[in-house]
Design a protein around this ligand. Structure first.
Ligand SMILES: Nc1ncnc2c1ncn2[C@@H]1O[C@H](COP(=O)(O)OP(=O)(O)OP(=O)(O)O)[C@@H](O)[C@H]1O
Length: 290
């Protein structure tokens, strides 16, 4: 197992800090980096991979700065970038062989891993097809496969579930949960349900900083007392909707049931158990609270 650690990691573009003072430690397991668009997830991941230099701070692997480790660090790493580009004239298998060559795999390893990964990501039959004929979801799955070719101990996936249909998401989840045993997997998403089922720990990122961190249960515990349900009539619901952060609104016969995210609930509201989605809404809409 590897330990990946950042200390006061900051990235500025001019006066704008895309990532600010992030200090975290990743061990084995699946870490879900959850945040809205522009929260700084991609910037953080690129620094963790050593392909973007921080303005301040360090990234260490097992105590050593990754800039010093160089090739040795890259050998441990697998990365799926968000803007993963394919070569349209390559077949899926050719593409994986090409990446395997770049990663320095032997011929035997290349053959074994290519066949195994095409199978694991559900592309065994499509391996001989040209990438121009691949759907978005197929390309994404090939991207996941290429990141895993060298059997990396640290796997960093930027929005891996983008473009996957529900069945593919389930397959992906199972693949990653299995893979993460004894390894570090960090995946980013802005889709709460994607990390809820799979991540051992959640890193909630907001405005370049880690706003909250923990297991789903720990994060939910922190949001206790901030989630409420309220049954009311349509007119009152409409009024409350303009004032409160409403996570859900369900029509029930003549009435309406509201799920409110607030520390200051209206009269008649009943405390509810927070879900990860509530936690997310609490963090990302708190400035809109009354
Ligand atoms: N090269 C750059 N120059 C200037 N600003 C940048 C640059 N790269 C990123 N940013 C800004 O930094 C912020 C964080 O971007 P980043 O791509 O890391 O966010 P993200 O959480 O990955 O979002 P998304 O899910 O939309 O990709 C954004 O406001 C973005 O516009």
């Amino acid at each position: 197992m590897r330990t990946l650690q950042t200390e006061h990691l900051t990235k500025r573009y001019g006066s704008f800090a895309a990532v600010r003072d992030v200090s975290l430690t990743l061990g084995s397991g699946v870490y879900g980096l959850l945040g809205a668009n522009g929260a700084g997830k991609t910037t953080l991941m690129r620094m963790l991979c050593g392909i973007l230099d921080p303005t301040e701070g360090t990234v260490r692997c097992d105590g050593a700065e990754i800039t010093r480790l160089g090739e040795d660090y890259r050998a441990l790493l697998g990365y799926l970038p968000q803007d993963f580009g394919c070569y349209p004239d390559f077949t899926g298998a050719e593409f994986l062989r090409y990446i395997a060559a770049l990663k320095g795999l032997t011929r035997a390893e290349t053959r074994r891993r290519t066949a195994q990964l095409l199978e694991q990501v559900g592309l065994a039959d499509a391996g001989r097809k040209k990438l121009r004929a691949y759907s978005g979801g197929m390309r994404q799955r090939l991207g996941i496969a290429q990141a895993m070719l060298n059997d990396p101990e640290i796997l960093i996936l930027d929005e891996p579930t983008a473009g996957l249909d529900p069945r593919e998401r389930v397959r992906f989840r199972n693949l990653i949960a299995d893979y993460a045993k004894g390894r570090t997997v960090l995946l980013s998403t802005h889709i709460v349900s994607d990390v809820e089922a799979i991540a051992d720990r959640i890193l909630l990122m907001k405005n370049g900083a880690i706003a909250d961190e923990g297991t789903v249960a720990e994060l939910a515990q922190n949001a206790r007392g901030k989630v409420w349900t309220l049954r009311t009539d349509g007119q009152t619901a409409a009024r409350l909707e303009s004032v409160y952060n409403v996570a859900n609104l369900r029509h029930e016969g003549e009435g309406v049931e509201l799920r409110l995210i607030t520390a200051d609930p209206p009269a008649g509201a009943v405390a509810a158990e927070p879900t990860l989605e509530d936690v997310y809404l609490w963090h990302f809409a708190e400035e809109e609270q009354p």
